[in-house]
Design a binder for this molecule. Structure first.
Ligand code: SF4
Ligand code: MG
Length: 327
């Protein structure tokens, strides 16, 4: 059953003359207890789209959608009070840099207990007990003695564990993790991903894992959405996407992973960068970087269409040989 429904979500900035669509008509669903990976380079609209779901896009940003709903709640029309009840409780989010998300002035125990106070009430003793339980759940050793610790006394990995404890404090049905490991040491990254997946299973929550790192979602996600320049270019079952990417951009992302490059003479990563505000090409947005681009691609933008088990936004999706399937 669909927990989150996103239909034709766009987020734009600027006025009529300088209009920039950071997110351009994206649609997807997240089911209960599912892990969805959202992948793309920086500037692809991954974070902005999630902030829009959380209601965190402020003026001058504009959010438009034909539907944006969580369970049966219309996120586009709820008021501030309803939003506060929902966000941080049923839907919560963790960000890339735990150091900037924790308040340096308060102990970590106090910060977690505040989240519980706002959303769940209860007595001070109950909140303290739950906080200790949460710290234990996220693998903080000797949790009782850590309640009074301040963020600056913690390593990056430990701080991210605290952020996760805060995010799951109210047993969310959906957790959005935006580049949760990017700011951490490589050795800690795997631990944090394992922790998130472990909690996701135990608590049966849905998890949206946002990352630029396709390898990270390879094993973690059930389904993957690949974004490019504010649009979804491919969606599919994680295993399928890894075996047989259908979109040239996904293929390039995969081929740039070290395990795919090893032993091969050449690194296949795409040249160039995601188009910015003022240099959007005509036709398919990938065409200046795509090795398979044709004149048709330079003129006509492809639609995101159902293809085999998933969806692909390309005139000539790739076949099982990894080559364009010209009709
Ligand atoms: Fe490449 Fe053309 Fe497909 Fe765009 S439509 S991804 S340019 S082949
Ligand atoms: Mg981001």
């Amino acid at each position: 059953m669909s927990l989150l429904t996103v239909s034709n979500l766009s987020v734009s900035f600027g006025d009529e003359k300088t209009l920039f669509k950071a997110v351009d008509r994206i649609s997807y669903e997240v089911n209960k207890g599912e892990v969805l990976g959202i992948v793309g380079e920086s500037g692809s609209g991954k974070s902005v789209s999630s902030l829009a779901i959380m209601g965190l896009i402020d003026y001058p940003g504009r959010v438009k959608a034909t539907a944006l709903s969580f369970e049966n709640i219309d996120l586009l029309s709820i008021n501030e009070k309803e939003k506060q009840k929902l966000v941080g409780a049923d839907i919560s989010m963790i960000f890339q840099d735990p150091m900037t998300s924790l308040n340096p002035c308060y102990s970590v125990g106090f910060q977690i207990m505040e989240v519980l106070k706002v959303h769940q009430g209860g007595t001070k003793k109950e909140r303290r007990q739950r906080t200790i339980e949460l710290l234990r759940m996220v693998g903080i050793p000797d949790p009782e003695s850590r309640l009074d610790v301040y963020p600056h006394q913690l390593s990056g990995g430990m701080s991210q564990r605290i952020m996760i404890a805060m995010a799951i404090a109210c047993k969310p049905k959906l957790l959005i993790a935006d580049e949760p490991t990017t700011a951490l040491d490589v050795t800690i990254q795997a631990q944090i991903v394992d922790l998130l997946l472990d909690l996701q299973k135990k608590e049966n929550m849905a998890l949206i894992l946002i990352t630029h790192d396709l390898a990270l979602v390879a094993e973690a996600a059930h389904r993957i959405i690949v974004m490019y320049a504010g649009q979804i270019v491919e969606e599919g079952n994680a295993e399928e996407i890894f075996k047989l990417p259908k979109h040239p951009y996904t293929q390039a992302l995969l081929r740039s992973l070290p395990e795919f490059v090893e032993g091969k003479s050449q690194l296949h990563s795409l040249s160039g960068v995601v188009p910015g505000k003022y240099d959007r090409p005509q036709g398919c947005l990938l065409n200046p970087r795509c090795p398979y681009a044709t004149e048709h691609c330079r003129q006509v933008e492809p639609e995101l269409r159902p293809f085999e088990q998933g969806r692909v936004k390309c005139h000539t999706p790739l076949n099982s040989q990894g080559e364009p399937s010209y009709a």
